[in-house]
Write a protein that binds this ligand. Structure first.
Ligand SMILES: Nc1ncnc2c1ncn2[C@@H]1O[C@H](COP(=O)(O)OP(=O)(O)O)[C@@H](O)[C@H]1O
Ligand SMILES: CC(=O)N[C@@H](CCC(=O)OP(=O)(O)O)C(=O)O
Length: 260
């Protein structure tokens, strides 16, 4: 029997609000057993870039990351956001250890090739990108790795990688030795059948139902890459994938994704 491992991802809206973050940290502390946390911060990064006079640019959910943008997001994700989150987790007695993908060679990426769009310093993850030995070693020391969206190419270049993709890649890579549950946490209680009705959580979704929800436009925007990443993880051997409210991770309300 494989040991259970919980891989959590939290995103922009929750990270933006200190009260929500404190509530998440307290709930996260109650999750038993080995766990890993991946965080984004895209919403705050866009606000900061805007304030610095750099126009944020997103194409298909990925940030066009020129050299100036890379500097800002590195300072923001690997600096302020990661360290503030680690401090709040420590305050909730979680033995958190903050890492970028460069630290301990945790996540190696390759710069996205220029095709129709030049994404700049955006990193894609291939098989073998995740340093599973490092993560296993940290978990065996009873530490909780807290990873941000900054990766590296192994030749000295930092890169910006979507945090949902990182969480899914970690879940898939760790599935060889753990029974992994992947949790995508955000500010709603799950995937909603009606975007205007917070009570309309769809409790389970199969791949066929997902295709229909996407075609009908019920699932759109940032939820599409989240569900694509979650279903990809299920196909690649992750035991379970859920979409849930970051403030209610220990409550039964959530969307559970099913293989069929
Ligand atoms: N059916 C749906 N149910 C819930 N959220 C949805 C749905 N379709 C689209 N969304 C949108 O997807 C967003 C989540 O994606 P995103 O903003 O990228 O999250 P994060 O920054 O947490 O990764 C929600 O805030 C919501 O606006
Ligand atoms: C390449 C790319 O798009 N990177 C993302 C990384 C942060 C992220 O994914 O944040 P959320 O999960 O909060 O959206 C970005 O800079 O927005």
């Amino acid at each position: 029997m494989k040991t259970p491992l919980h891989v959590f991802k939290i995103g922009g809206h929750v990270l933006d609000d200190e009260t929500s973050l404190q509530q998440f940290a307290a709930a996260f502390a109650r999750v038993a057993g080995p766990k890993i946390l991946v965080h984004g911060g895209g919403k705050g990064a866009s606000e900061l870039l805007h304030n610095l006079g750099i126009a944020p640019q997103m194409v298909q959910g990925r940030r066009i990351t020129d050299a100036a943008t890379l500097d800002v997001v590195t300072m923001f994700y690997a600096g302020k956001t990661n360290k503030q989150l680690v401090a709040l987790l420590q305050a909730s007695s979680v033995p958190a250890l903050g890492l970028s993908g460069a630290d301990g060679n945790a996540i190696r990426a390759s710069r996205r090739p220029v095709r129709e769009v030049d994404y700049g310093f955006v990193g894609d993850l291939a098989a073998g990108s995740i340093n599973t030995d490092l993560l296993r070693g940290l978990l065996n020391m009873n530490l909780v790795p807290v990873l941000c969206a900054i990766t590296h190419d192994g030749a000295g270049q930092l890169l910006n990688t979507n945090a949902d993709t990182i969480a899914s890649a970690i879940a898939q890579a760790m599935a060889g030795s753990y029974a992994v549950t992947l949790h995508f946490c955000f500010e709603k209680d799950g995937v909603l059948a009606d975007a205007n009705d917070e009570q309309s959580v769809i409790r389970r979704i199969t791949p066929d139902e997902y295709a229909q929800l996407k075609a009908d436009g019920v699932v759109s925007a940032g939820m599409v890459p989240k569900l694509d990443n979650a279903f990809a993880a299920l196909t690649a051997g992750v035991e379970a994938a859920v979409i849930e409210n970051a403030l209610k991770i220990n409550e039964p309300i959530k969307t559970v994704l099913c293989r069929s």
